[in-house]
Unconditional design. Sequence first.
Length: 570
Amino acid sequence: MIKNYFIVAWRNIIKRRFNSFVNIIGLSIGILFTFLIGAYVWNELQVNNKLKNAKNQYILLSDWKDVNAGVGITTFGPLAKRLKEDYPNLVANYYRGDFITQIVSKGDKHLREGIDVGDSTLLTMYGFELLHGNYRTAMNNPYSVVLTADKAIKYFGRTDVVGETISIQSFSNTLHEFLITGVLKEIPENSVTDLNNENHHRFFIPASTFSYFPRPDREDWANTDIPSYIELKNGVTVKELEKPIQQLLKQNVPGYLPQNITIRVASLKDFYLQNDKGLVKKMLYALSFVAAFILLMAVINFINISISSSSTRIKEIGVRKVLGGLRKQIIIQFLIESILLVLLATLLGMLLYPITRHFFGELVGKEIPEFSSFPVYFIFIPAILVLVVGILAGLYPAIILSARKSADSIKGKLKSNKENVWMRKSLAGFQFCMACIVAIAALIVSQQVNYFFSQSLGYNKEFIVSSQVPRNWTPEGVRKMEIVRNEFALLPQVSHVTLSYEIPNGMNGGRIPFYKAGDDSTQAISTQLLFTDEYYLDTYQVPIRAGSFFISTGEFDSSKIVVNETAAKE
C-alpha cells in the first residue's frame, strides 16, 4: 500500500511537470538561502568555543570614562602577569600579545606579515595543535618562531620545516634569522590570534625576543595598549577578581589613570558575540530573521501553488471514493505527494550548497563551512524541514478536498471551491504585503547607505592610494622613506605625495591628553595623534582655517603642532 502511494505521487508530479518544476525550484532557492545563512550563523557561534578550557578563558578589557582616552580591548601591560604571580589560587595562566607587522624573508620572498610577539604560554594555554614541533617548548627560546602550515607552504613549499630558519626585519631595518620550532595546524577563528579585523597573525614569536623588537614599556603600568588574557582556576568566578584588580591598580598605576578606567573581565567564550555592544550578536539575529523570512516566503509560495493545483484533482478524488477509497487514504496520498516535492526541493538545495557557498562567503566576508564540518546530528534538520513543510503544504487541500461528497466530486461540482479560495487569497495577500514591506525597507536602507557614503570626511579621498614602505623611524630610515616619497612625486601620474605614520582611516593608535597651558591637567581631553610631513594637507586637500601648516626645515621639530577645529573648540 505504501509503495502504491509513492507510485501515484510520482505519476502526479510527472503529469504536472510545470507546476512541480515551479514548486521545486522556488522552494529549493528558499531552502538554499536558509542553509547558507544558517551555516554562517553556526560558524560565527563557534568562534572561541574550540579553545582549550574555553569556559575558564577570559580577556581583560578597559572601560574608559572618556571613550577616546584609550582602546577598550587592551589594558595595563603588567596586569595579567601580576594577577597570576600574586593570586595563583585564582589565576591558572595568562597570555599577553603584542601585534606588529614586519617584513619576513626567505630566499627571493620578502613579504609583510602579521606577527604576534607574546608570552610563551600561547600553545599550552589555548591548545592550538602543532603539525610539527613540541608545543611545550616551541616558544621558550629567543629568536624562535612558530608559524602556521599555510605560511610554511608559502615560504618553503612544505610543512615539515622545524629546524629551518627564516629572516624577520626589525624596526631599525636589520635582519635576523629566526629558528622555526613549530608548525601549527589550521587555527580556528578566535579572539586571541584574530583579536579584531585588522589583526590576523600567523607568525608567533616569544616575548623574550623583545630585545630585537624594542618595547621597553611592556612591563610599565603606564602602558595600557597590551591585549591581555587570563585563565581562571576551576570554580573561580569573575567576582573574586574584582578586589585583586583594584588592589593592583591602586598600588601600581600612576597619576589620573585609576580614576578614568575600569577593568572588566569578560568571558572569552562570549567575547566575540558581545564585543562592540553585541554587534555580531545583533547581526546574527538579523540574519536569522532574514533566513526565516526567506524560508517563510518560499513555503507560502509552495503552499499557494499546491492549493491552486489541488482543485484540478476533484474528479480523481471522486473516482477513488466510489471505488472504496477511504478519506484517510486520500489524505495520506496528498501528504506523501507534498512531502515528496519538498524532499526533491531540499535535495536540490543541498546540491546547490557546495556550488554557491563560495559566492556567499565572498558576500559576507567569511568562509562558509562545508556540510562535512557540521556535527552528525545536523542531518535531522533537513529531515525535520521536509516533514514539517510537506505536511503544512499538503494538509489543508487534503482535508478540504477529501471531505467532499463522492457524487459532487465525480461530477466536478465543488460549489465554486470557496472553501480554499479564502486560503489562497490570504496567502497571496500576505505575500504582497511582505513584498511591499521589503521594497520599502530596501529603499530606506539604500538611501541611508547613499547618505553614509556621500558625506564629507573632511578630506578628499578620491584617487588617493596608500602604500606601506619599509618602516624605519631612525633618522637614516626616515631619510630613505623621504627618498621613496620624492621618487613617487617625480612620476607624471602622481600629483601629490605625503609621508605619514598613519592614514586617516579611524584606526590610529596614538592618543595624547590635551589641555590649555595653565589649566588643570586632570581636565585634559583625549586626542588622536598623527605624525605627518609638510605635504599632508595638500595631498588630502584638507582646508586650513587659520595659520599655516608645517614648513620643512630638514630637522625634526616637536615644538609645533596643528590641531583641528574640534580640538581648538574644546
